[in-house]
Design a protein around this ligand. Sequence first.
Ligand code: C2E
Ligand code: SIN
Ligand code: SIN
Ligand code: FE
Length: 439
Amino acid sequence: MEHNNNRFHGYLTEQMNSWLNKISGISALNKAFASFPLTSELKPVLDEISVEFSKLDKLIQLIENMNKDVSFDGILNYIYSTFSEFIPYSHIGIALLKDNGRVLEGSYGRSDEALESLPKKLVGLRAEVSETSLVGIVRDGTPRVINDLYSYTQHKDAQYNRILIEAGIKSSITLPLKVNEKPIGIIFFSNTNKDVYREEHIEFLKTLSNSIAISLNKNIFIDEMLYSTLLALTKMAEARDEDTGDHLERMKEYSVRITEFLIEDNMYEEEITIAFLKGIERFSPMHDIGKVGVKDGVLLKPGRLTDDEFGEMKKHVIYGVDVLKTAEKNIAKQKYSMFKMGIEIVEGHHEKWNGTGYPYRKAGTDIPLSARIVAIADVLDALTSKRPYKDAYNFEESMNYIINEKGRHFDPYIIESLIKHKKEMKILYDSFQNNEPSE
Ligand code: C2E
Ligand code: SIN
Ligand code: SIN
Ligand code: FE
């Protein structure tokens, strides 16, 4: 396993370095700032406009920060805490253009503690650009100031405006985000007081938005590259065991469907946001990424494992966490974790509700919800599939086993919801039986 781990760490590092080289173009900007002619003639002028200069200084720091830290949420946190001295805002939101520019999708948000749930509500929300008042901002690139959101939206009924008003937002500035003159989305700064935004704010935020757009663009690239490499790694690990077939795809579908059942049944409403659902979709297929580190002799053994072998097998959880954390170390230096949910799923998918699982014998809601969902999907697919060590059980037998584990292996609330939606789950299961495994 030593051998396997080294191989994958090496591969990861190599990929990471080549992308990081490609995206470091922004360092030219830093050099430009560094050579700014800060001579004695300039000094008095700068003193006079010391406030302005301090803003510039903050901006330089920001750009440096962007260079070092490619985690966009980290950057957004930094922006949020740094610029509130200059601009009155209680929420910053970013919506990106999707579907060839037809749709704006809430993508990032950061707010005061008092408005904590606002970013969660806006992220994932979609609006047709042509049907919103945002069309002018996106198409013409004109910033817009609203100093009384309530009267502004009297005759409009966009869902995001309702959410903003309910949260107590009264004014906002919305600006386009552009990369090489091409719009990629919008950013808005909002406040819970009326009439706080003035012309001077716009000029400053225009400059800031340009930097943000560059950073954002850079990050989308890294996120996607990194994510697809990790998924490729998982597929590679999975491919060693031919019988698992389309296991990753089924895992994703089962996990997403169970999450949708919970949404329908209004369960775990606080935790399950659109972003949560997307995380499940992205990361559930990675739950066994650590199997890359398990020896063939154990992983592919046609019969039952000895205790020692199962001990080895269990380490796939630790290996998996290690792979994701290594990947993350290569890109992000801030507290924010792009793989937060991925790590939770990998680490927690073999824990059991009653505390008898592994590796940490966590119990109940100490096990992250994402992992509790994926655990059920994992066992459902393992039971209904042929493995080197077992035959496939049918859907009824497998569901009965899972339902019987309610409150023991599995979260009883999720099992309740699954029982209610058993028929729908059967339909999903059946849809997989018609497709022959691709191998
Ligand atoms: P896996 O095959 O993907 O199975 C995932 C989980 O589904 C298992 O986690 C277990 O909770 C459940 N499961 C799978 N098959 C059965 C079964 O026949 N009966 C019951 N009651 N539950 C089942 P677990 O046990 O922690 O195992 C983790 C991984 O270790 C498995 O992933 C598999 O790769 C390997 N493994 C487990 N037992 C054996 C074995 O006896 N022989 C071999 N060759 N591999 C095993
Ligand atoms: C959001 O406000 O985050 C979403 C905005 C939009 O869809 O236009
Ligand atoms: C937004 O544009 O999504 C925020 C509210 C507004 O400026 O209309
Ligand atoms: Fe596993």
